[in-house]
Design a protein around this ligand. Structure first.
Ligand code: SF4
Length: 283
Protein backbone atom coordinates (compact mmCIF):
# COMPACT_ATOMS: atom_id res chain seq x y z
CA UNK A 1 0.00 0.00 0.00
CA UNK A 2 1.36 3.44 -0.87
CA UNK A 3 2.22 5.19 2.38
CA UNK A 4 0.94 8.67 3.14
CA UNK A 5 1.10 8.40 6.94
CA UNK A 6 3.24 11.47 7.56
CA UNK A 7 3.08 14.96 6.04
CA UNK A 8 5.85 14.08 3.58
CA UNK A 9 3.31 11.78 1.85
CA UNK A 10 6.06 10.18 -0.23
CA UNK A 11 3.78 7.35 -1.38
CA UNK A 12 6.36 4.58 -0.94
CA UNK A 13 5.11 1.00 -0.94
CA UNK A 14 6.59 0.13 2.46
CA UNK A 15 6.03 -3.60 1.93
CA UNK A 16 8.66 -3.44 -0.80
CA UNK A 17 10.83 -0.39 -0.31
CA UNK A 18 12.01 2.27 2.10
CA UNK A 19 10.10 5.51 2.33
CA UNK A 20 11.57 8.99 2.85
CA UNK A 21 11.56 8.00 6.55
CA UNK A 22 14.22 5.43 5.68
CA UNK A 23 12.40 2.21 6.57
CA UNK A 24 10.11 -0.37 5.02
CA UNK A 25 8.54 -2.89 7.45
CA UNK A 26 9.01 -2.56 11.23
CA UNK A 27 12.51 -1.89 12.54
CA UNK A 28 13.34 -1.26 16.17
CA UNK A 29 16.62 -0.27 17.79
CA UNK A 30 15.92 -1.45 21.33
CA UNK A 31 13.37 -1.73 24.10
CA UNK A 32 13.85 -1.41 27.84
CA UNK A 33 12.56 0.20 31.03
CA UNK A 34 13.63 3.83 30.79
CA UNK A 35 14.03 5.71 34.09
CA UNK A 36 14.55 9.24 32.72
CA UNK A 37 11.31 10.37 31.15
CA UNK A 38 9.17 12.94 32.99
CA UNK A 39 8.32 11.77 36.57
CA UNK A 40 4.70 10.63 36.03
CA UNK A 41 5.84 8.73 32.90
CA UNK A 42 8.95 6.94 34.20
CA UNK A 43 7.25 6.81 37.58
CA UNK A 44 8.50 3.95 39.82
CA UNK A 45 9.59 1.06 37.60
CA UNK A 46 10.39 2.94 34.39
CA UNK A 47 8.67 3.58 31.10
CA UNK A 48 8.59 0.59 28.75
CA UNK A 49 10.18 2.30 25.76
CA UNK A 50 10.22 0.80 22.28
CA UNK A 51 12.65 2.81 20.12
CA UNK A 52 11.59 2.67 16.49
CA UNK A 53 14.08 3.25 13.66
CA UNK A 54 13.70 5.77 10.85
CA UNK A 55 12.12 9.20 10.94
CA UNK A 56 10.19 11.44 8.60
CA UNK A 57 11.50 14.69 10.10
CA UNK A 58 15.31 14.35 10.03
CA UNK A 59 16.39 17.18 12.34
CA UNK A 60 20.07 17.89 11.72
CA UNK A 61 20.69 18.08 15.48
CA UNK A 62 18.91 14.79 16.25
CA UNK A 63 20.07 13.38 19.60
CA UNK A 64 18.99 9.88 18.46
CA UNK A 65 20.91 10.09 15.21
CA UNK A 66 21.82 6.39 15.06
CA UNK A 67 18.18 5.38 15.30
CA UNK A 68 16.60 8.02 13.14
CA UNK A 69 19.18 8.23 10.35
CA UNK A 70 21.76 5.49 10.56
CA UNK A 71 18.99 3.06 11.51
CA UNK A 72 20.91 0.53 13.54
CA UNK A 73 18.31 -1.98 14.59
CA UNK A 74 16.53 -5.14 13.64
CA UNK A 75 13.49 -5.97 11.58
CA UNK A 76 10.60 -7.48 13.48
CA UNK A 77 7.09 -8.67 12.70
CA UNK A 78 3.81 -7.31 14.02
CA UNK A 79 3.51 -10.44 16.15
CA UNK A 80 6.93 -9.83 17.70
CA UNK A 81 6.00 -6.23 18.43
CA UNK A 82 2.96 -7.49 20.34
CA UNK A 83 5.21 -9.91 22.22
CA UNK A 84 7.52 -7.01 23.17
CA UNK A 85 4.56 -5.08 24.60
CA UNK A 86 3.71 -8.09 26.75
CA UNK A 87 7.34 -8.60 27.81
CA UNK A 88 7.73 -4.95 28.89
CA UNK A 89 4.48 -5.17 30.85
CA UNK A 90 5.67 -8.40 32.51
CA UNK A 91 8.94 -6.62 33.44
CA UNK A 92 6.84 -4.14 35.45
CA UNK A 93 6.79 -1.18 33.04
CA UNK A 94 4.56 1.65 34.18
CA UNK A 95 3.49 2.19 30.57
CA UNK A 96 4.37 1.27 26.98
CA UNK A 97 6.22 4.21 25.43
CA UNK A 98 6.23 4.23 21.60
CA UNK A 99 9.23 6.38 20.69
CA UNK A 100 8.91 7.92 17.21
CA UNK A 101 5.86 5.85 16.17
CA UNK A 102 4.38 7.98 13.37
CA UNK A 103 5.56 5.90 10.42
CA UNK A 104 4.51 2.67 12.18
CA UNK A 105 0.98 3.52 13.37
CA UNK A 106 -0.64 0.86 11.18
CA UNK A 107 1.76 -1.84 12.39
CA UNK A 108 1.26 -0.72 16.01
CA UNK A 109 -2.53 -0.78 15.63
CA UNK A 110 -2.27 -4.35 14.29
CA UNK A 111 0.02 -5.38 17.16
CA UNK A 112 -2.46 -3.90 19.65
CA UNK A 113 -5.12 -6.17 18.15
CA UNK A 114 -2.92 -9.15 19.05
CA UNK A 115 -2.02 -7.88 22.52
CA UNK A 116 -3.43 -4.73 24.14
CA UNK A 117 -1.34 -3.93 27.23
CA UNK A 118 -3.16 -3.39 30.50
CA UNK A 119 -0.97 -0.33 31.20
CA UNK A 120 -1.16 3.13 29.55
CA UNK A 121 0.24 3.53 26.04
CA UNK A 122 2.33 6.64 25.34
CA UNK A 123 2.57 8.15 21.85
CA UNK A 124 6.00 9.84 21.91
CA UNK A 125 6.27 11.78 18.66
CA UNK A 126 8.16 14.61 16.93
CA UNK A 127 4.82 16.38 16.47
CA UNK A 128 4.96 16.39 12.64
CA UNK A 129 1.66 14.57 12.26
CA UNK A 130 -1.33 14.38 9.97
CA UNK A 131 -4.72 14.37 11.67
CA UNK A 132 -5.71 11.27 9.68
CA UNK A 133 -2.73 9.42 11.20
CA UNK A 134 -3.59 10.63 14.68
CA UNK A 135 -7.08 9.21 14.17
CA UNK A 136 -5.44 5.77 13.85
CA UNK A 137 -3.23 6.44 16.89
CA UNK A 138 -6.25 7.46 18.94
CA UNK A 139 -7.36 3.82 18.87
CA UNK A 140 -4.46 2.77 21.11
CA UNK A 141 -3.08 5.93 22.79
CA UNK A 142 -3.65 6.99 26.41
CA UNK A 143 -0.94 9.64 26.79
CA UNK A 144 0.49 11.96 24.13
CA UNK A 145 4.11 13.04 24.52
CA UNK A 146 4.75 15.22 21.45
CA UNK A 147 7.66 17.54 20.78
CA UNK A 148 6.93 21.02 19.58
CA UNK A 149 10.21 21.89 17.90
CA UNK A 150 9.65 25.11 15.97
CA UNK A 151 7.01 27.63 15.03
CA UNK A 152 9.29 29.74 12.83
CA UNK A 153 9.16 28.38 9.25
CA UNK A 154 12.70 29.51 8.55
CA UNK A 155 14.03 27.50 11.50
CA UNK A 156 12.18 24.31 10.56
CA UNK A 157 13.24 24.69 6.93
CA UNK A 158 16.86 25.20 7.98
CA UNK A 159 17.05 22.28 10.40
CA UNK A 160 14.66 19.72 8.87
CA UNK A 161 14.11 20.80 5.27
CA UNK A 162 10.37 21.02 6.09
CA UNK A 163 9.06 24.56 6.32
CA UNK A 164 5.56 23.19 6.97
CA UNK A 165 6.47 21.65 10.35
CA UNK A 166 4.35 24.06 12.41
CA UNK A 167 1.47 23.96 9.92
CA UNK A 168 1.08 20.28 10.86
CA UNK A 169 2.39 20.24 14.43
CA UNK A 170 0.20 23.02 15.86
CA UNK A 171 -3.19 21.51 14.92
CA UNK A 172 -1.91 18.02 15.79
CA UNK A 173 -0.90 19.17 19.27
CA UNK A 174 -4.16 21.05 19.75
CA UNK A 175 -5.90 17.74 19.11
CA UNK A 176 -3.58 15.74 21.40
CA UNK A 177 -4.10 18.28 24.20
CA UNK A 178 -7.81 17.41 24.27
CA UNK A 179 -6.95 14.08 25.91
CA UNK A 180 -8.40 14.20 29.44
CA UNK A 181 -5.80 14.41 32.20
CA UNK A 182 -5.92 11.51 34.67
CA UNK A 183 -3.55 10.19 37.34
CA UNK A 184 -3.89 7.21 39.60
CA UNK A 185 -3.88 7.77 43.37
CA UNK A 186 -0.08 7.53 43.55
CA UNK A 187 0.72 10.09 40.85
CA UNK A 188 1.24 7.91 37.78
CA UNK A 189 -0.20 9.46 34.64
CA UNK A 190 -2.95 7.37 33.09
CA UNK A 191 -4.14 9.77 30.40
CA UNK A 192 -3.27 13.25 29.13
CA UNK A 193 -0.75 15.23 27.13
CA UNK A 194 2.76 16.50 27.88
CA UNK A 195 4.23 18.79 25.20
CA UNK A 196 8.03 18.84 25.12
CA UNK A 197 10.22 21.60 23.79
CA UNK A 198 14.00 21.68 23.44
CA UNK A 199 15.48 25.19 23.50
CA UNK A 200 17.98 25.62 20.65
CA UNK A 201 20.93 28.04 20.51
CA UNK A 202 20.05 31.39 18.94
CA UNK A 203 16.34 30.43 18.83
CA UNK A 204 14.99 31.52 22.23
CA UNK A 205 12.62 33.90 20.40
CA UNK A 206 10.91 30.87 18.84
CA UNK A 207 10.79 29.11 22.22
CA UNK A 208 8.93 32.15 23.56
CA UNK A 209 6.43 31.81 20.69
CA UNK A 210 6.01 28.17 21.62
CA UNK A 211 5.34 29.05 25.26
CA UNK A 212 2.71 31.53 24.06
CA UNK A 213 1.07 28.77 21.97
CA UNK A 214 1.09 26.35 24.92
CA UNK A 215 -0.78 28.99 26.96
CA UNK A 216 -3.66 28.71 24.46
CA UNK A 217 -4.09 24.95 25.05
CA UNK A 218 -6.35 23.53 27.78
CA UNK A 219 -4.97 24.80 31.10
CA UNK A 220 -4.14 21.33 32.44
CA UNK A 221 -1.83 20.51 29.49
CA UNK A 222 1.66 19.75 30.75
CA UNK A 223 4.70 21.51 29.28
CA UNK A 224 8.16 19.98 29.54
CA UNK A 225 10.91 22.52 28.90
CA UNK A 226 14.21 20.91 27.97
CA UNK A 227 17.44 22.83 28.20
CA UNK A 228 19.92 20.03 27.58
CA UNK A 229 20.65 20.76 23.90
CA UNK A 230 24.07 19.29 23.15
CA UNK A 231 25.91 19.66 19.82
CA UNK A 232 25.31 16.35 18.11
CA UNK A 233 24.38 14.88 14.75
CA UNK A 234 24.96 16.31 11.30
CA UNK A 235 25.68 19.93 12.27
CA UNK A 236 29.02 20.76 10.64
CA UNK A 237 27.27 23.29 8.35
CA UNK A 238 25.43 24.98 11.25
CA UNK A 239 27.80 27.12 13.30
CA UNK A 240 25.08 28.30 15.65
CA UNK A 241 24.32 24.72 16.70
CA UNK A 242 27.86 24.02 17.78
CA UNK A 243 27.35 25.31 21.30
CA UNK A 244 24.94 24.73 24.15
CA UNK A 245 22.34 27.29 25.10
CA UNK A 246 23.38 30.17 27.32
CA UNK A 247 21.90 31.02 30.75
CA UNK A 248 20.49 34.17 29.14
CA UNK A 249 18.63 32.16 26.49
CA UNK A 250 17.28 29.78 29.10
CA UNK A 251 16.17 32.58 31.41
CA UNK A 252 14.37 34.35 28.56
CA UNK A 253 12.24 31.25 27.96
CA UNK A 254 11.70 30.70 31.67
CA UNK A 255 10.49 34.30 32.00
CA UNK A 256 7.95 33.59 29.24
CA UNK A 257 6.71 30.52 31.12
CA UNK A 258 6.00 32.80 34.08
CA UNK A 259 4.60 35.64 31.96
CA UNK A 260 2.11 33.34 30.21
CA UNK A 261 1.14 31.69 33.48
CA UNK A 262 1.83 28.05 32.57
CA UNK A 263 0.97 25.96 35.61
CA UNK A 264 1.83 22.35 34.75
CA UNK A 265 5.49 22.56 33.86
CA UNK A 266 8.46 20.21 34.06
CA UNK A 267 11.85 21.87 34.01
CA UNK A 268 15.01 20.00 33.21
CA UNK A 269 18.17 20.76 35.10
CA UNK A 270 20.47 22.62 32.66
CA UNK A 271 23.50 20.84 34.11
CA UNK A 272 22.28 17.65 32.40
CA UNK A 273 23.49 19.05 29.03
CA UNK A 274 25.91 16.33 28.03
CA UNK A 275 26.32 13.79 25.27
CA UNK A 276 25.74 11.15 27.92
CA UNK A 277 22.41 12.76 28.56
CA UNK A 278 20.94 11.70 31.86
CA UNK A 279 18.25 14.22 32.61
CA UNK A 280 17.09 15.29 36.02
CA UNK A 281 13.51 16.36 36.08
CA UNK A 282 12.04 18.89 38.40
CA UNK A 283 8.48 20.10 38.86
S1 SF4 B 1 5.78 7.60 6.90
FE1 SF4 B 1 7.62 7.25 5.63
S2 SF4 B 1 6.86 6.11 3.85
FE2 SF4 B 1 5.07 7.02 4.86
S3 SF4 B 1 4.72 8.98 3.81
FE3 SF4 B 1 6.01 9.42 5.58
S4 SF4 B 1 8.13 9.29 4.80
FE4 SF4 B 1 6.80 8.30 3.29
Amino acid sequence: MDCTLCPVSCGADRDKTNGYCGVSGIKIAKYYLHPYEEPPISFKNGSGCVFFCGCSLKCVFCQNYELSRVQRGRDISVRELARIFRELEDMGADNINLVNPTHYVRHIAEAMQIYRPGIPVVYNSHGYEKISTLEIAEGFTDIYLPDLKFIDKALSARYTGREDYAAYALPAIERMARKPLKFDGSGKMLSGCIVRHLILPLAAYDSVNIVRFISTLPADTYFSLMSQYTPFGDISAFRELQRRITPREYNKVLAAVEEYGLKNVFLQDKTSADVNFIPDWDY
